[in-house]
Design a protein around this ligand. Sequence first.
Ligand SMILES: C[S@@+](CC[C@H](N)C(=O)[O-])C[C@H]1O[C@@H](n2cnc3c(N)ncnc32)[C@H](O)[C@@H]1O
Length: 243
Amino acid sequence: MSNNTPYDAMFSSIIGKEYDMLQLICPAATEMSRLVGIAVNAYVGTSEPLQVVELGGGTGITTLAMLSGKNNLHILSVDNEPTMQDQAKVHLKQWVDEGQLSFCGDDALTALQNLANNSVDIIASAYTLHNFLNSYREDVLKEIFRALKPNGQFINGDRYALNDSRQHTRLIQEEIGRYFNVLTPMQRNDLLEQWIVHLFNDESEDHVMRESVAFQQMQSIGFMRINVSDRIAGNALVTAVKP
Ligand SMILES: C[S@@+](CC[C@H](N)C(=O)[O-])C[C@H]1O[C@@H](n2cnc3c(N)ncnc32)[C@H](O)[C@@H]1O
């Protein structure tokens, strides 16, 4: 992280180049993408195609989960890390060619600021907002609210820390154990080191996204029907609606 970038760009490192390893050390991350895909496709809207903005599209796992459902969607997939987004451009070329998908290389806040008021049906994300500094995340949530149409939905499958911090610490300890169990036999100490460094970042006071705090934040911005529909350890699918 530098003073010029108010968020951590660790996905430019080996983590980004070998992002599929996350599936092995943290299967819940991939499951969150699947759940986001289901939630997006359960949305009943009036526009055709539904206008969807994805924050932190990464290598395209969540994007694919959304595109594989029944809803007719146009997705603008935002990610400011070319190491990640370039992989998505290759994996998802078919949908780009069919006009259902386009990409934006701005950071999430800048991309949202460029959207008109009340213009988007769904803003969806998986495993991205927890990477943001708290202050940046709050600005992002305000912009999400502004850009959504009335009745538009925010859908986020992400790391939401448990409100009970001692219980949460136990989950993190178990998570670190899994990193070692998977990566040590593979002799991938390089990845092990990077994911542990990344985890320290996620869990730091100025990043951690605690469920109760996140809900209060969304409530005070104006979101309604804030809901956790699935929770897997320290991960949750959260949905909220703009009235
Ligand atoms: C853990 S990956 C998740 C990717 C995908 N949604 C998935 O679940 O596999 C997080 C992604 O968010 C992107 N990201 C992090 N901070 C960002 C920001 N401020 N603006 C846009 N993208 C960001 C990273 O580059 C990375 O590709």
